[in-house]
Every structure is written in structure tokens, then in C-alpha cells.
Design a protein around this ligand. Structure first.
Ligand code: CP
Length: 312
């Protein structure tokens, strides 16, 4: 594997999950694989888990790590071809990407959706700009349309916690005061379509995700009905995709509660707004898997970096 840009770069999900769980039991077993190799982590947006877990994964593999908060410390980048750069951008992606690739062997990039320009977001201009102009592998640490490191960590968590060959997994929308991207939900849906599971998405009308991603998935607008007999409930807010980036609904009846959860396990990628997205009783209860999901971010990053290093 050269790049890890989306769930589609996983050739065999169950094998990767199995390998990641072995890495988790022996995190330093491959500590010489990354010797004399450097990874640059470039953040155009905030992070806690992605930054620390990817850094930890790289260190477990013996790599050197350089981190840059590109969004507020780097020059404003230009992505357009032939642009007369007499406005707010100072450096073109063509130079920036080539310069980065002189300093490191792998570049990992976080660049969220703008939620104002659907066409530009779907073109993944930052991620694809780096991919186009670097000579080194690129890892997606959450882009406009996907968060494949999170979804791989979620697959590891599901594998660890599932007691059934075909569990019922529900992805439930929840309210949020701000417009959030679709990336986590998109990659979770893509990952679930590679799983043996009874998978349902529930959201209010107007919150349909990209149909190209949810094709063949059952969508139920009645949250209570969707949650019946669930084994895992993955809760996430996203803004409207059709009315792009808009908050159409803040109905608190969609918040996840202990009562609604029943006996299911609760999942969320974090960060989460307590008592808006999910009530305290769920997060503080034994059915919550959120801390274990966050821990598995190290091993999802580590299996990805291991596979890239093996091909360098
Ligand atoms: N889940 C996740 O990506 O967390 P951060 O935004 O803190 O990295």
C-alpha cells in the first residue's frame, strides 16, 4: 500500500483488524521497522486523539515524528492552477508539498471540509493536492469526506466487543449546535458495509448522507424503531448534505439516553458534547466504549503505518 486515503485502501478489513489486535498486544514488536524514517503530521484543524495516537503509533514503530499546525502556523496555501496570487494565499501547494516531501518519508494530513463549498470539499483539494505534488505516501487523518483512521479503530473496537457473528449496529444522528462535517459518518458507513452486521442508519429527514456512500444501507427515520434490539449504537452529528453544511434540526429528542440505549454498547468518535449529543448517564456508564475507541486509534494508525513502511 502506498497511500491511506480512504477505507477503500484496506484490501482485507478482517485481516487488518486481526493484525491490529496483535500489534495492540505487542506495540513495540516492530520498533525497528521505522528506524531512520520520519513522519510529518500536518494539521489544518484541531485534534487531540488523532495527533497523539498517530504520534504514538509512529513512535511504537521507531519513527521520528514532526508535527506542524499548518492551519495557524503555515503559509496560507493556494490550490488553483494558474491563479494570480495577489490575494490572501502566500504559497502554492506545488512548492509546499514538494518541500514537505524532502523532510519526511510519510506525510499525514488533517484538513476538514469547509462546509461552504460542496464541490471543493468533495474534490479533497488539500489531501489530493499533497498526493499530487509529493513523492511520498500520504495518510488521511480526517479529510473533507472521510476519517478512515477513526473507522478502522471502530472496526477494531467492534471486533473486540462483539459477542455475535452478525451484531445489529445502528448509526444514529444526534443534535449539535454547530455544523459538523460528514467525514466520520461516511467512513463508518463504508467500513460497516465491509462487515457481517445488521446495519441501520437513523436520522431526521433532511440529514441523508451522500447516497453514493449509503447505497444498500437501510435508513429508518424513526429512531426508536431503529434502536430496537441494537447491540451497538454509534452516535454522531453531521450537518445536512443536501442543504450543504446547514443545521436544520436541533431537536433534543434525538439525544442518546440510557433509556433509549437499552442494553446496547455506546460508541462515539469523540470529542462529544455532553447532554447535547448524549447524556452523562451513558458516557459515565459501563456500556460506553468511547475511551476504548480512542485507545484503538493508536493501533489503527500503527497498522496503516506498518503497511506503508513495509512498502517504502
Ligand atoms: N476522533 C478524533 O478524530 O478526535 P480528534 O479530533 O481529537 O483527533
Amino acid at each position: 500500500m502506498k497511500h491511506y486515503l480512504s477505507i477503500n485502501d484496506i484490501d482485507n478489513l478482517s485481516e487488518w483488524v486481526k493484525e491490529a489486535r496483535i500489534l495492540k498486544s505487542q506495540p513495540k514488536a516492530n520498533k525497528n521497522l521505522g528506524a531512520n524514517k520520519t513522519i510529518c503530521l500536518l494539521f489544518f484543524n484541531n485534534s487531540l486523539r488523532t495527533r497523539l495516537s498517530t504520534q504514538k503509533a509512529a513512535m511504537n514503530l521507531g519513527m521520528e515524528v514532526m508535527v506542524m499546525n499548518f492551519g495557524n502556523e503555515g503559509w496560507a496555501l493556494e490550490y488553483g492552477d494558474g491563479t494570480i496570487m495577489n490575494q490572501n494565499t502566500s504559497e502554492h501547494i506545488k512548492e509546499a508539498a514538494q518541500v514537505v516531501s524532502q523532510f519526511c518519508d510519510i506525510a499525514a494530513i488533517r484538513a476538514f471540509a469547509s462546509l461552504t463549498d460542496k464541490e471543493q470539499d468533495e474534490a479533497e483539494v488539500v489531501l489530493n493536492g499533497f498526493k499530487k505534488y509529493t513523492s511520498i505516501p500520504i495518510v488521511n487523518m480526517e479529510s473533507s469526506v472521510g476519517h478512515p483512521l477513526q473507522a478502522l479503530a471502530d472496526a477494531i473496537t467492534l471486533d473486540e466487543k462483539s459477542t455475535k457473528a452478525k451484531p445489529k449496529v445502528v448509526l444514529s444522528w444526534a443534535p449539535h449546535p454547530k455544523a459538523l462535517p460528514h467525514a466520520v459518518a461516511n467512513s463508518f458507513v463504508e467500513m460497516m458495509q465491509l462487515q457481517k452486521a445488521d446495519f441501520i442508519i437513523t436520522h431526521p429527514e433532511g440529514y441523508e448522507l451522500n447516497e453514493a456512500i449509503t447505497k444498500n444501507v437501510t435508513i429508518e427515520h424513526d429512531q426508536q424503531k431503529a434502536l430496537e434490539n441494537a447491540d451497538f449504537v454509534y452516535v454522531k452529528n453531521w450537518s445536512s448534505y443536501t442543504d450543504y453544511g446547514k443545521v436544520l434540526n436541533q431537536d433534543s429528542n434525538w439525544m442518546m439516553t440510557k433509556e433509549k440505549l437499552g442494553s446496547a454498547k455506546f460508541m462515539h468518535c469523540l470529542p462529544v458534547r455532553r447532554n447535547v449529543v448524549v447524556e452523562d448517564a451513558v458516557l459515565d456508564g459501563e456500556q460506553s466504549l468511547v475511551i476504548e475507541q480512542a485507545n484503538n486509534r493508536t493501533y489503527s494508525a500503527q497498522i496503516v503505518l506498518k503497511k506503508i513502511l513495509e512498502n517504502l
